[in-house]
Design a protein around this ligand. Sequence first.
Ligand SMILES: Cc1cc2nc3c(=O)[nH]c(=O)nc-3n(C[C@H](O)[C@H](O)[C@H](O)COP(=O)(O)OP(=O)(O)OC[C@H]3O[C@@H](n4cnc5c(N)ncnc54)[C@H](O)[C@@H]3O)c2cc1C
Length: 815
Amino acid sequence: MKTRIGGADVDLKSHARVVVIGGGVVGCSVLYHLTKLGWTDVVLIERSELTSGSTWHAAGGFHTLNADTNMAALQGYTIRLYKELEEISGQACGLHHVGGLTLADSPERLDFLKAERAKHRYMGLETEIVGPEEIRKLSPITDTDGVLAALYDPLDGHLDPYGTTHAYARAARRNGAEIHLHTKVESLAAKAKGEWDVVTDKGTITAGHVVNAAGLWAREVGRMAGVELPLHPMEHQYLITDDIPEVYEHHTELPHVMDPTGESYLRQEGRGLVIGFYEQDCTPWATGGTSWDFGHELLPNDLDRVGESLEFAFRRYPVLARAGIKQIINGPFTFAPDGNPLVGPVPGLRNYWSACAVMAGFSQGGGVGLSLAEWMVEGEPSRDIFAMDVARFGDYCTRPYTREKVRENYQRRFAISYPNEELPAGRPLYTTPAYGIWKAQRAVFGSGYGLEHVNYFAPEGEPLFETPTFRRSNAFAAVAEECRAVREAVGINEVHNFGKYEVTGPGAEDWLNRIMANRMPREGKLVLSPMLSPAGRIIGDFTIARLGPERFQLVAAYAAQAHHMRWFQQHMPDSGVAVRNVSLDRLGLQIAGPNARKLLERVADIDVSKEAFPFLSVREMNIGMVPAIVSRVTFSGDLGYEIFTPAAFQAALYETLAEAGRDLGLKPFGMRAMMSLRLEKSFGAWLREFKPEYTPAETGLERFVSFQKEDFIGREAAQRERDNPPARQLTTFVVDADDADVWGDEPIYRDGKIVGYVTSGGYAHYVRKSVALGFVPREMVEDGAGFEIEILGDLRPATLTTVPLYDPDGTRMRG
Ligand SMILES: Cc1cc2nc3c(=O)[nH]c(=O)nc-3n(C[C@H](O)[C@H](O)[C@H](O)COP(=O)(O)OP(=O)(O)OC[C@H]3O[C@@H](n4cnc5c(N)ncnc54)[C@H](O)[C@@H]3O)c2cc1C
């Protein structure tokens, strides 16, 4: 059957390299970027006209601000792209680069903006903090009563959503892409060799790859392939006012103003204003699924929902109270649980890609299109995009959980994101058998990848809640005490933050030697190994134990499970290897500290002396009556053991250790203490020091790369860096801090110039020092060298140290 392309009736092709489903701003951007990177046999299928989902009624605002620095960089890319797009396509995007102000009316919010500003400094973004007078000068319609300052971003602006989507589409067509309108994808069928039959109401196309860019219908298009994508649509309202003299008589177009306390954003629209709200009383839309009949339509207005925000806005912008409302727009758009897009290969499927949940299509659409196209064409994106990787979520995202998290995220759109904050919605979800044991000991919990973990134990009389703050929190003294117990006696904690995999089969060793950078150990031994992408970037940081000739246990970050399983599946040989994710079946406790061996000796049924069970080895044994796999290693950097057992035995394992450790000073400790202890050893952590942005040579992981092995993924790239060391290097600093430590992303200065940035840090309680880990130019890495690190707007002196602050020669760790 014929479909319409650019005014002509044509048949659908029978084959295409890629079929993109959805002609909103995101689908069109993906299409354009695929052609830009050289894939021109690409087809976009749109059930109606272009922009028929969320795109047509968007307010069209764009900005670079994002809590994740890589997301912010991609937003910067999107905004800079528009000029180029206009030139290539000949289609205007209706750009208005007017700048934007984000107001702060409390010291906490000012801290937040200062922390954001600090990040922008090393990212090269020209944002600045401005005072009330400057705010009034830039935006005279803003009443600055109670406002302390604002963050000004000159890159903020707005555009015409229709024009911009068509500019992408035109540019893609010029490069050879086809766009079929009024063609609905009705089903998808996976074919044996990884291709897809894309069945439409106008015929079937066989596609090498399918991209789900179906926006409001992304859930339905996911289900066509048997997956439930973690996203949900929310209703969103904005108002357009009648003409306002103070607006149209102003000598320049007014800047955007974000007023977080009022949960609103405001901008000029022609001779009037647009104001939109992220209200607390928000409404998830189409909870049962998006109807195929939903068309180019708006939802009924509900001004009651935004009544409070509107009243606040009348005080902040008095001209609004006098203006008539020309139009109210209420439309739906989709969010993932954390508000960032879902991009990349969907785990468990071949050649099925996600470009969904893009809640800010005009800030992020270009970056999403570029990253996805790079991933498809070149095998991996050119920068770390873990913050929007569809595999950052897992099976724990049930539909109701996703909805709760999406609602929470919407409500928090303008909330301050504190680095130590734990968000409450959808919790507890996953818990281990030890949950009740910790709870009875006054545990304060956090959550990651759906699983509850202990952050610290609150002493009697203290609240069971850590106050969110940029400064040292109410957990400070309790965490110090937990660290002391580990370093001076023995601590016990649950290694909830580990994903675990069992790899078995006659081909297991060869396969692991191919996908891991280190050589596989002998039976009974452990190795640490990075897993590298072809470009030599760190996509995993594993501890690998060999339990038998054909049996290995892999341990890595818990939150990277879908990411790692996707990689394993993508590189799985046809036979000879089986990988099982045992993260929730095999649970762990660790004991660490000078008395750890004494404790293990009391309960183990094998010889665990230093000689029989040395550092970096693994043994299977019974602990009391509990069968366990015990690794002689700990992230705390002390003498210690990680003990894994089937989930049903976990509580008995704890009781056995607790009973035996009573007179050895055994104390439970949480993740806050763990992260403090690892700082004293300069140990990096996943997604902080080790992530797809960095390489082994930059981060010191090179010592775990076996260059004697002839072939492994990433070898060539790692070898290149070995021959030509990279410009930057990860190192440790002792910071002369006040009541606030670094968290990550703070700029590092030398002689008044920014030379690097912090990856993570905090207070190292046992050595009583404020510590930062971060990157600086390799030639500056010199023990004792002086730097400055910006913490909440203050430049704090920082001294570089090339040796760990605790147990520098590893005597205790290996002891
Ligand atoms: C009121 C409101 C204001 C907003 N303001 C802004 C703003 O100021 N700035 C900003 O950046 N963002 C804003 N947004 C969000 C923005 O609209 C979205 O980020 C963006 O539109 C998402 O685009 P998309 O291409 O992913 O999805 P959509 O626009 O929903 O496009 C999906 C397309 O896929 C098509 N499709 C679906 N299923 C099929 C199928 N089976 N076969 C064929 N075609 C199919 C649909 O017809 C649709 O055209 C706003 C949203 C709303 C609701």
